[in-house]
Structures are given as C-alpha cells and as structure tokens.
Ligand binder design. Structure first.
Ligand code: TYD
Length: 145
C-alpha cells in the first residue's frame, strides 16, 4: 500500500519558519474546506471513518499524532511529527488518528465541503464498499480485454 506524504519546504531564516501551501501548485486538488482539531484528550482516537470521494491532506502543524490508514486489505501507521509534512488521503481509505500529543493541532485541507453522505462510519460497510469497488474495476478490466 502506497502512502503519499508531502514534505514541503519551510522558508526559514533567522526569524523562524514559514510554510506556504498553494492550491494546485502544492496541493493536488481545489481546497474547499480547512478544519483543525486541538485540545484532543489523551487516549482519544478520532476519525474511524472513510470517505467515498473526499481527498484530504493532514498536517500536524503543532505537536504530533499518528494516522492509521487502511484500504480494506492493508493498513499502515504514519506518524505526523513535523509541521511541514502533509499526509495525502484519497477516497475509500479508512483512517484513525491517535496518539495525539497534548499540544497537537491537526489541520486538514479537504477537496469538498462537509457532506455527511460521503462518510462511511461503519468498518464492515467500508469493507463491503471497497470490495464492491474492486469487483467493478475487475469487471471493467475483463470487459476491455
Ligand atoms: P467528526 O466527524 O466526529 O470528527 P472526526 O470523525 O474526524 O474525528 O466531527 C466532529 C463534529 O464536527 C461533528 O458534529 C461534525 C462536525 N464537523 C463539521 O461541522 N464540519 C466539518 O468539516 C467536520 C470535519 C466536522
């Protein structure tokens, strides 16, 4: 399973650091929404859902956390520890964010506005969804042979 983590170049000088994120040039989708989480309590696991179509990039702009990504057949745990690291999450990917440091601020850039109907919040429903998607792709490949 391929995980895409962008490492953005901080513009550092003697005053400190600055990271700039430009739609299209740096972020591979139109940014329709930005949200962030902070004051996350110890031991909390956030997320625990997938999106059908939404694309996102997650930045832990302060502190640290971990993200578990699961495509239905494989999973990976990705630490986010630097403010210039952006973790890309495509559609049809189960995600769980955990191990938040006390000072963690997790900022998310999203390709769509909030839409509850794009969420899959039940893991078994997610597995059925990705299996069905897999079969659709197999069928398309079979047809084109
Ligand atoms: P929730 O989906 O539980 O966050 P997560 O699963 O990523 O940990 O969202 C918490 C609340 O915030 C919930 O009432 C929905 C609301 N919300 C918005 O209004 N807009 C948003 O963009 C998001 C992500 C959540």
């Amino acid at each position: 399973m391929q995980v895409v983590k962008y490492m953005f170049q901080p513009h550092g000088d003697e005053r400190g650091q600055l990271v700039s994120l430009e739609e299209i040039n740096d972020i591979p989708f139109k940014i329709k929404r930005v949200y962030f989480m902070y004051d996350t309590l110890k031991g909390v696991v956030r997320g625990r859902h997938a999106h059908k179509n939404l694309e996102q990039i997650l930045f832990c702009v302060h502190g640290s956390c971990k993200v578990k990504l699961d495509n239905g057949s494989e999973s990976k745990i990705v630490p986010l520890e630097k403010p210039y690291e952006g973790l890309y999450i495509p559609g049809n990917m189960w995600r769980e964010m955990f191990d938040f440091s006390e000072d963690a601020v997790l900022m998310v850039l999203a390709s769509e506005i909030y839409n509850e109907s794009d969420y899959i919040r039940d893991y078994d429903v997610f597995l059925n969804h990705v299996n069905m998607k897999g079969n659709e792709i197999d069928e398309q490949n079979t047809r084109s042979i």
